[in-house]
Write a protein that binds this ligand. Structure first.
Ligand code: NAD
Length: 442
């Protein structure tokens, strides 16, 4: 199928491999991965409505001036490649997902796994964006009496805390609840927890401002001393969920059986669960970084959630449905913002959010959670079939060629020979390079 647009003629098809671009209405733009960088940008211009400023940002990235206001003691920039995962459909909407990662095969794997889930795609949901802020109070004799005093003043404290919540209450967010918990060990202490709806912000600064602002009132009420006043990154009130069905006639019984056995391994053994979850975070972290969000916050929340039962477990679940299809589900705390933090400061993050086209933080979390599930499926599928190295080394072969000293056209030549030989190693790359250059090694 061909569709002519005002600026170019673009080829559409309904079949192909990773790198295809889904379009509103179910068509697929074929061979995104085969195009050059400029051609891909032209396609993005058309699909995501990018302007000249966005294109400049994609090409230039962060400027040293902006970097110098973002962190301290700046001396340069550390850049990551930004790729676009294609074929992702979530809640019946097609998305192009910007991913910032240094790891070869992540973008291709997400795109391919997303494609195998078509035409239904992923079903995702998210909770209200509530993040808890904690005020630690020490030096108390009677924890129970202090708790009761705070709870008796609960309504007034929530009202007062909202005075530190900036514009959040006016936007339908702000402080919505207050709870108290106490600990006897390893130290006697009370923790007052303020629950704050952060709207479209990740919320760390917003929450920290509230708890620092209200802490003196907690001290007045209890007679104790407030020490830590900070958010928790284990945002169990701010969750994202995604599910997907991989049809038996698409992926086959053997893969389904293998993935369920691989999942059982992750349940049984935390040493496997860590790697299972790392595969999920390959997708989540890459999309988190691309959108200017705090990947350490997301990682901390995800791994703490994986261990919340007292045992470190896989974040996703895999099972068969009654038609023997494979069902995957992923649920994790996901505090992502479309405003605040670096989302509006980093120029590429702004363009990444434009490419995603999400309406707010909830939709962003739903898409990113779905990318994590797609990534998990891709890794498991490869592991239970040909193994992870074949595809990985093919995609990594150019890096190996560069490490061996290949430049320009040599990179592709060396990479291609190594892949054809099934020997992607730096020592072999060096030999091939020497052969190409006509000078024996050593
Ligand atoms: P921010 O301080 O820039 O504040 C975001 C503000 O956006 C909110 O206060 C709110 O008033 C406003 N807002 C919310 N929804 C909006 C909407 N729909 N339209 C317009 N404005 C809206 O950012 P933040 O999200 O509060 O903090 C995130 C930053 O804090 C990140 O850079 C993170 O790295 C950093 N941080 C993280 C931790 C941690 O995770 N432990 C600790 C400290 C700081």
């Amino acid at each position: 199928m061909h569709r002519t647009t005002c600026s170019s003629t673009i080829e559409y098809s309904n079949s192909g491999f990773e790198g295809e671009v889904p379009l509103k209405g179910g068509g697929i733009l074929s061979g995104f991965y085969r195009k050059g960088v400029d051609e891909r940008i032209e396609i993005l211009k058309e699909i995501s409505g990018l302007g000249e400023e966005d294109i400049r940002r994609l090409k230039e990235g962060l400027t040293i001036e902006t970097a110098n206001v973002m962190v301290e003691n700046v001396v340069g920039m550390f850049q990551l490649p930004l790729g676009i995962a294609t074929n992702l459909k979530v809640n019946d909407r097609d998305y192009l997902v910007p991913m910032a990662t240094e790891e070869a095969s992540v973008v291709a794997a997400a795109s391919h796994a997303a494609k195998l889930a078509l035409p239904e795609g992923f079903k995702a949901s998210s909770t209200r964006p509530v993040v808890r802020g904690q005020v630690q109070v020490i030096g108390l004799d009677d924890l129970e009496a202090s708790s009761l005093r705070i709870l008796a003043a609960r309504e007034g404290l929530i009202r007062e805390a909202n005075q530190f919540a900036g514009s959040l209450p006016n936007m339908g967010g702000g402080v919505i609840d207050l709870k108290v918990k106490t600990f006897e060990r390893p130290r006697r202490m009370l923790v007052a927890e303020f629950y704050i709806d952060c709207r479209d912000a990740m919320g760390a600064n917003a929450v920290n401002t509230v708890v620092e602002g209200i802490a003196p009132r907690i001290e007045d009420l209890t007679g104790g001393r407030s020490l830590l006043r900070i958010l928790s990154n284990l945002t169990t009130e701010r969750m994202a969920r995604s599910s997907v069905v991989y049809r038996r006639d698409v992926i086959g019984d053997e893969i389904i059986e293998g993935i369920i056995a691989a999942y059982d391994f992750a349940i049984a053994d935390p040493y496997r669960a860590a790697t299972h979850n790392k595969g999920i975070m390959n997708g989540i972290t890459a999309a988190t970084i691309a959108t200017g969000n705090d990947s350490r916050a997301v990682e901390a929340g995800a791994h703490a959630y994986a261990a919340l039962s007292g045992r470190y477990l896989p974040l996703s679940k895999w099972r068969r449905d009654n038609k023997e299809n494979l069902v995957g589900e992923l649920e994790l705390p996901l505090a992502l913002g479309t405003v605040g933090g670096a989302t509006r400061v980093h120029p590429v993050a702004q363009t990444a959010l434009k490419i995603l086209g999400v309406s707010g933080a909830g939709e962003l979390a739903e898409v990113v959670c779905s990318v994590g599930l797609a990534q998990n499926f891709a890794a498991l599928r490869a592991l239970v079939s040909e193994g992870i190295q074949k595809g990985h080394m093919r995609l990594h072969s150019k890096n190996v060629a560069i490490m061996a000293g290949a430049v320009g056209g040599e990179i592709d030549r060396v990479a291609r020979i190594m892949v054809a030989e099934g020997n992607v190693r730096a020592s072999r790359a060096k030999e091939i390079l020497d052969e190409i250059r006509g000078s024996p090694s050593g």
